[in-house]
Design a protein around this ligand. Structure first.
Ligand code: 5GP
Ligand code: MG
Length: 184
């Protein structure tokens, strides 16, 4: 496991992003929608440094079926609060190809928010396949598979307090290499 972003860097990056969000939103009430499950750690840290009146909701998006390849995206809005005519900030862990955020934004827009902003912790450089960009990004990273601070591999590693690049040795030592696919 190669540490990429330390706890201190994460704190600074999240605070800087919070300042940018605050200067856009000001004192207006904000509904922060976390994209489950990867956004939970960022969401918890971010909302504690935002000062405007704020409520929290979630949308479930599943695209990576456990591993590192992108699968068909499923969106579940069952626990999404009412956002009609509200100012909304969608928060996700990482913008890679952008398909997840693109589809989440399309879904949220169909629910008629008054204003919609997007924020991500990480953005992979040169991977974008969609037209939209996140309005707020804390860190740009190279194209490597990362875990920690909410991001998982097979639902593991979300609890790491830092962001790390997953290496082959990590998979072997945790028996996480998929059966029948030793290079997964
Ligand atoms: P996109 O749709 O932008 O290609 O991918 C976004 C989603 O894929 C993220 O919400 C995240 O769940 C997953 N993802 C993309 N890159 C990584 C990565 O490097 N590590 C982990 N753990 N998940 C990733
Ligand atoms: Mg995700």
């Amino acid at each position: 496991m190669k540490k990429l972003i330390s706890e201190e860097q994460l704190r600074d990056g999240v605070c800087t992003m919070a300042e940018q969000i605050s200067s856009t939103v000001g004192d207006r009430p904000l509904t922060v929608i976390g994209v489950l499950t990867g956004s939970i750690v960022l969401l918890a840290d971010l909302i504690r440094v935002l000062k405007m009146p704020l409520r929290v909701g979630f949308i479930q998006a599943s695209s990576y079926r456990g591993g590192v390849e992108r699968g068909e995206l499923e969106l579940d809005v069952a626990i999404l609060p009412d956002i009609v005519d509200r100012e909304v900030l969608v928060v996700d862990d990482i913008f890679d190809t952008g398909h997840t955020l693109d589809e989440v934004v399309t879904m949220i827009r169909s629910m008629k928010p008054r204003l919609l902003h997007t924020a991500v912790l990480l953005r992979k450089l040169e991977k974008q396949e969609v037209e939209i960009c996140p309005d707020f990004t804390a860190f740009e990273i190279p194209d490597e598979f990362v875990v920690g601070y909410g991001l998982d591999y097979h639902d593991q590693y979300r609890n790491l307090p830092y962001v790390a690049v997953l290496e082959m040795a990590d998979l072997e030592s945790h028996n996480l290499v998929e059966p029948g696919n030793p290079k997964a």
